[in-house]
Design a protein. Structure first.
Length: 391
């Protein structure tokens, strides 16, 4: 039995933060009922034009192990369906702007009246209170507000992190909060609110740097370490980390086949001196590494017990043997999109592993099925569709 078997989740989430959370919960057995808007559903269904339309790879990457029900929550009948669902649910998850769930009738206080044990989980951009509460929660904005975007290698321009760093991190914090609340309810019988934000997650990710700043008045920047960097080779690029090794500069000098032991230079004998002369060190490393292949330098550096890696692009990473050994790619047969491959859950449990029980749903695919489980007969379902409450 999966660890979350028997847990029912009403899922209002869309795009990335929320769906990454509910998909992981579904991977480990939760029954995730995804509430979608009429016509277009989850915004991720239409984010990027694709031949598969609403069943595009962006949506498919985040929504397996879910059942889709399209409800017009602007109607009285639609809201009644949601309340009926909440009555037997364990968790309600959303990632709208602060206050939206209250405005549409599904805030915590209202749902707690229906189900006192419900866990009401919300992910927002900046939190439920404060000057930014009404701002749209978007990954790039959170990078900018939280200080993450400003943290970069010396001399490099400001840029956007090219994957959804904030959304995924906050989504996983939302998973943690839900599991903690479920554990507490198991012990006490009490439901509660769970709230996370992109902003808080990004601040928390900088816990080392923030504590240094708060207590010492300056920051540590791991990208500015004098013996660490990314360098071009004759056939690609290599990342070298000159840390966790006594007198690493001595071993780097050997590995890079340099004419001298740089660690014997008086001005480079200490870490402070290496920081002061970082530009010169980086230039010397770059010149040396540009003379050989990535494979050559990997062997040389590893022989000196120095941390290093080739710089892979995503295609190379997906094809890497380690990816296969870790079973990080799953295959599914989708009724509209055909055979699809996606990334697996990154948590590996020996007795109760993640499972793909359902392929990502087509828009509204499970409406009649889910309502039937609530006791709605075929005539009632047909009437709701006729009124537009159920699509």
């Amino acid at each position: 039995m999966s660890p979350l078997s028997g847990i029912t989740i009403i899922d209002f989430t869309q795009v990335m933060m929320g769906p990454s959370c509910t998909q992981l919960l579904g991977d480990f057995g939760a029954d995730v009922i995804k509430i979608e808007r009429p016509e277009t559903g989850d915004i991720a269904r239409t984010t990027i034009p694709d031949p598969a339309g609403l069943d595009n790879p962006i949506f498919l990457s985040l929504n397996r192990n879910k059942r889709s029900v399209v409800i017009d929550t602007r109607t009285d009948e639609g809201r009644t369906i949601v309340y009926d669902l909440v009555h037997g649910a364990d968790v309600v998850v959303s990632n709208f702007r602060a206050g939206v769930m209250d405005r549409i009738g599904f805030g915590y206080e209202r749902l707690k009246e229906i189900n006192p044990g419900v866990i009401w989980a919300s992910g927002t951009g900046f939190g439920p209170e404060g000057p930014y509460r009404h701002k749209g929660g978007q990954d790039v904005l959170a990078q900018a507000y939280s200080g993450v975007m400003a943290r970069r290698s010396p001399g490099t321009p400001l840029t956007i992190y090219p994957t959804t760093l904030c959304d995924y991190t906050a989504g996983m914090h939302l998973v943690q909060g839900i599991l903690l609340a479920l554990l507490n309810r198991e012990r006490t019988g009490e439901g509660q609110k769970v709230e996370v934000s992109l902003y808080d997650s990004m601040l928390a990710m900088q816990m080392q740097e923030a504590t240094q700043r708060l207590n010492r008045g300056h920051e540590i920047n791991w990208a500015s370490m004098p013996l660490t960097g990314v360098y071009e080779t004759t056939d690609g690029a290599i990342c070298m980390v000159g840390g966790f090794r006594e007198n690493a500069l001595h071993h780097i000098s050997i590995a890079l086949e340099m004419d001298e032991d740089l660690s014997l230079r008086p001005e480079l004998a200490t870490l402070e001196g290496q920081f002061e002369h970082r530009p010169e060190l980086q230039r010397l490393f770059a010149e040396a590494l540009a003379k050989g292949s990535t494979e050559h330098w990997i062997k040389r550096l590893e022989a000196e017990n120095l941390l290093c890696a080739p710089v892979h692009d995503l295609e190379e990473a997906l094809a890497d043997e380690q990816t296969a050994v870790n079973e990080m790619i799953v295959e599914m047969e989708h009724p509209a999109a055909g055979r699809i491959r996606a990334l697996n859950a990154p948590i590996h449990l020996s007795a109760t592993p993640a499972e793909v029980r359902r392929v990502p749903p087509r828009l509204g695919e499970h409406g009649a099925e889910v309502l039937g489980e609530l006791g709605y007969g075929p005539d009632a379902v047909a009437l709701l569709k006729e009124k537009g409450a159920l699509r």
